[in-house]
Design a binder for this molecule. Sequence first.
Ligand SMILES: NC(=O)c1ccc[n+]([C@@H]2O[C@H](COP(=O)([O-])OP(=O)(O)OC[C@H]3O[C@@H](n4cnc5c(N)ncnc54)[C@H](OP(=O)(O)O)[C@@H]3O)[C@@H](O)[C@H]2O)c1
Length: 327
Amino acid sequence: MRAIIIEHTGGPEALRLADVPTPEPGPGQVLIRVACAGVNPADWKDREGMLAMYAPYHFPYIVGFDAAGVVERVGAGVDKPRPGDRVFTPGNHGQGAWGSYAEFMVANADRTATIPPSMSFAAAASIPVAALTGWQALFDRGGLQAGQRIMIHGGSGGLGSFAVQFARWAGARVAATCGTANVDYVRGLGAENVVDHRRDDIAAAIRAWAPDGLDLLVDAVGASTLPVGLGMVRPGGAYVSIPTLTDDGDIEASFAAAAARQVRRVFSTMSDVGCGRQLATIAGLITDGHVTLPPMQTLPLEQAAEAHVLIQTRHVRGKIVLNVAEF
Ligand SMILES: NC(=O)c1ccc[n+]([C@@H]2O[C@H](COP(=O)([O-])OP(=O)(O)OC[C@H]3O[C@@H](n4cnc5c(N)ncnc54)[C@H](OP(=O)(O)O)[C@@H]3O)[C@@H](O)[C@H]2O)c1
């Protein structure tokens, strides 16, 4: 199969097109013919070798989590999805399996969800990691309740674009940070208080809006960009950080400081175990019009290196998707 591989970790130039054997689905797995692969910041960190703590690197190695395509074959014990079904998934790359920048990818069947008929492959490929991570941070880890005042730090990115809308749908009152160019965009997502991280004093803006402190803060950017985070959360509230691998601060010290202030401190990594059901729920919110897909830039698979240069700027509005094959 055609794939973008790396034979060593490194910069974007390490990505190259190659022919490699097509993987086989094991028991409980499906083989997906990939139409589109979603690009996430995790992909460039993966390319640079930062994901070694999760699974060892064996070369050639294929990066990429998110995929949308058609089930080609199923392994033993799989009755759903069936060959020919349109599915999307974050795949099994988190456990070291080859990733989605390829014509075929293997995924556990219970990590897949059906793509609604009205949704394109590109749209579906833009969803899994960003939306699942946002969903789990808000609901599974953050315990978000209707009526709460919350803030999403990084509201214009892939994750934040989903998280702002999920929180609004759940009845929360939402503040979100973003850069100057994205203020109108993030307001359009439903944030009632948009704080420009380039111009505004974030802590002062939130103090004026939520004088008792936030019920929930989700940081999807990094510790160094929000040194005042803990002080913005009310005692009894929750402070959830999405681990970035590049800017997570002193995690132990952060737990201790939060405990002293009676704030529940969580570092929320995406869980892909059995995530098909959450993906199906999210797809339903999109088709029902509760959540709008973030804007998307598409590039051909061959331009994976350009996609990495873009995502590595940390200032892409919405999502980048690679077109792998047309069918
Ligand atoms: N551990 C996990 O399981 C997991 C899962 C998913 C994501 N993540 C991590 O979560 C982070 C966000 O992911 P993403 O997909 O949303 O990334 P993204 O699409 O690249 O978005 C980055 C966001 O960060 C904002 N930003 C950049 N510099 C900033 C600064 N100095 N102050 C405030 N905001 C700033 C950008 O806003 P403007 O452009 O408007 O400035 C943008 O909203 C990444 O580090 C990613 O690796 C981790």
